[in-house]
Design a protein. Structure first.
Length: 107
């Protein structure tokens, strides 16, 4: 009986690998939208993604860090886990600046 239980446990561990189940690619936790841009935050890796163009992200944490991400479509930050990040995306529309509402997420 013990051998059968051990064999069944081993098979249960092997089945996901055989049928190709995996965690998949990381997904954005949240996104903010301005008139012409989208910025997304991914807590796994502390990464912002931003649409190309005259756009930028301003961000701050609940422990006092602040920053701006511009000139890139991907900004890789290193932040303390378990805190709150607030961010928004802005677009230079030529005659005015359009910014999203602030977004809050967990780091």
């Amino acid at each position: 009986m013990r051998r059968l239980a051990t064999s069944l446990a081993a098979m249960a561990l092997a089945v996901p690998a055989v049928i190709g189940l995996s965690a998949g690619p990381a997904q954005a936790d949240s996104c903010a939208h301005s008139a012409a841009a989208t910025a997304c935050w991914q807590s796994y890796g502390d990464i912002f993604t931003l649409t190309a163009g005259p756009h930028w992200i301003d961000w701050s944490t609940d422990y006092g860090r602040t920053g701006t991400c511009y000139g890139s479509t991907r900004c890789d930050e290193n932040m303390a886990e378990g805190h709150v990040i607030t961010y928004y995306v802005c677009s230079d529309m030529g005659t005015y600046i359009s910014c999203s509402s602030p977004k809050n997420d967990i780091i």
